[in-house]
Design a binder for this molecule. Structure first.
Ligand code: COA
Length: 163
């Protein structure tokens, strides 16, 4: 696969909420690919605390400085959504060996679903390897400080949810 001016990559996730870890992957992927779609998908075993619209609003806010990034949402398979959007690359962030095994299986499956779809793994920056959205939710629910984990806009929204 060669990059062209039109190459579109898709970074899909739950983003409940988006964290500095996600933002770091978005910023780095936006430097590599001419177009990056950040999209909220749904996972069968997750019950989000933020609505899809709230998560989209947060993503729009934190990505507002990135001209080649657009925010979307979808239902169904990520590989199908990528195909419909004309995305030839799936971007995934990996924080540790557990993520790696999971992503390897996902990449294999997604390529079986859509043959030309490549998964590009971006290793998480070491400063963000400990962050997950559930950690952010857990800390917030107990009144913990999440300012080093999420951008201020997200902190405000998630704190409001728990008060
Ligand atoms: N920095 C910080 N946190 C990160 C991260 C990073 N770089 N990369 C992942 N995470 C965390 C997330 O915060 C999230 O934490 P949580 O579980 O505590 O909430 C966790 O890793 C998982 O990330 P998430 O964004 O929820 O991705 P996911 O792997 O659960 O995938 C979808 C979400 C929507 C992309 C996935 O479920 C999907 O593709 N659904 C559609 C159906 C489908 O196509 N399934 C795959 C078939 S092969």
């Amino acid at each position: 696969m060669a990059l062209t001016k039109e190459t579109t990559a898709l970074y899909a996730g739950s983003f409940d909420p988006p964290t500095y870890g996600h933002l770091n992957i978005i910023e780095r992927a936006a430097k590599i690919f001419p177009k990056l779609i950040v999209a909220i998908g749904s996972s069968a075993d997750k019950k989000p605390i933020l609505t899809c619209e709230e998560r989209m609003e947060l993503l729009r806010g934190i990505c507002s400085g990135l001209q080649n990034v657009s925010i979307e949402s979808y239902n169904g398979l990520t590989a199908n959504f990528a195909m419909h959007q004309g995305a030839s690359v799936l971007v995934r962030g990996v924080r540790n060996s557990n993520d790696w095994s999971y992503e390897l299986a996902g990449a294999t499956m997604n390529q079986k679903l859509v043959e030309d779809l490549e998964t590009i793994i971006i290793p998480a920056n070491q400063s963000y390897c400990h962050i997950s959205s559930s950690l952010v939710r857990e800390l917030t629910s107990h009144g913990g400080d999440i300012s080093s984990l999420v951008p201020p806009l997200v902190r405000q929204k998630i704190t409001d949810k728990f008060t």
